[in-house]
Write a protein that binds this ligand. Sequence first.
Ligand code: S3P
Length: 441
Amino acid sequence: MKPLKSESVNCLQGTVHVPADKSISHRALMIGALAVGETRIDGLLEGEDVQKTSIALRNLGVVIEKKAFGSWLVKGRGVCGLIEPVRVLDMGNSGTAARLLLGVLAAHPFSATLSGDASLSSRPMGRVIKPLKAMGAIFHSRSDGRLPISITGNVDPMPIDYELPVASAQVKSSILLAGLGAAGRTQVIEPKPTRNHTELMLRHFGAEVDVKDLQGGARSVSLKGQPELNARNVNVPGDISSAAFPMIASLLTPGSRVTIKGVGINPLRAGLLEVLKKMGGSIILANKSTEAGEPVADLIVEGSSLKGVTVAPDHAPSMIDEYPILAVCAACAKGTTRLEGLSELRVKESDRLDSMARGLEACGVDLEEGEDFLVIHGDGSVPRGGAKITTALDHRIAMSFLVLGTVTTKPIIIDDEEPIETSFPGFVELMNGLGSHITEP
Ligand code: S3P
């Protein structure tokens, strides 16, 4: 365990690049591995989560070479072309790596075993086991479908029509990746649209993916099985979920002006931008472009006075990973913020509702926690701080409280900086480069 302390500073200034998008990085590696030919990925996230995907794919026979920082070459083996691994595949802390890879493996006729750290081993995998079983895969798992899990894929997976019980891009993607091996159309119906990086990336590699909006805000995504995927180049944009930390630190410190270059602003990921603008945040989008179907822009953020808002459950899928840092923002805003429809936060890297509620309370924030909501009462002044926060193997909890420490009256200490490596290598250096004061206690 390596603790870190964050102390208040006056303002943040500068121009930065945040690390590449974690979701897109996992997908570029996996889909590149299933394509024919050499896929070059530029700007791949080199955090621990994505490295787990890369090591697992190597264990499945894929040649993956690092050419330079962020620049990787994947020599694909074609759809259903992976080979039986000799080792247990360690997914570390990454739910995305585990769930998406189970989908890939469901269409391969061999056995593999996936393991993970204490956090990942406590997360529900039944949500992917159920549809993948219907496609013909066989599973052995710990109780309640937890890791370690052994899967034996099917040589001839069945195409299915599946209605997701919860809006989850990981489950949707897992089924679509299994559907690559099925003879026929695999259809997933999601109750609310979730991030569509898998669909965009599959199309970029030549697959036929149809998307239809249905009544009541639901969406159908269907994939024609057994396509020939052809290797493509991919430029991975900056991760909006990582940009959220310097962005909110800048909004909270008066006089700040920070530019974050090349951030992915896919509308199914960018719900936070809308909410922050509604709170009164000054955020300008400049230099808009598109990379492999993904919209990208520079974000120019200035210190702002923020007011409380209600964030309805409909918003959750487009900003699911941003609630911890949004809760920090709400604690410093004037008025009440209601965050609703948050049940999925209970099954993330930690129980994020609980982690945020306990940590904010320890910092003197007035709040109410429900089974699936958080109400935060801000009075527009900075919270007291002065607490030691339990990060519970959760990178976003660690970074959220280090951001809160940049404004609180007393410093905040987090008990362990190590989880930050999963998604944001260089976080402390980047924040201190902008003017934060984050050090060893
Ligand atoms: C992700 C989907 C989300 C998100 C996770 C990454 C993805 O999870 O929380 O960090 O890359 O598909 P769910 O699908 O469980 O909502």
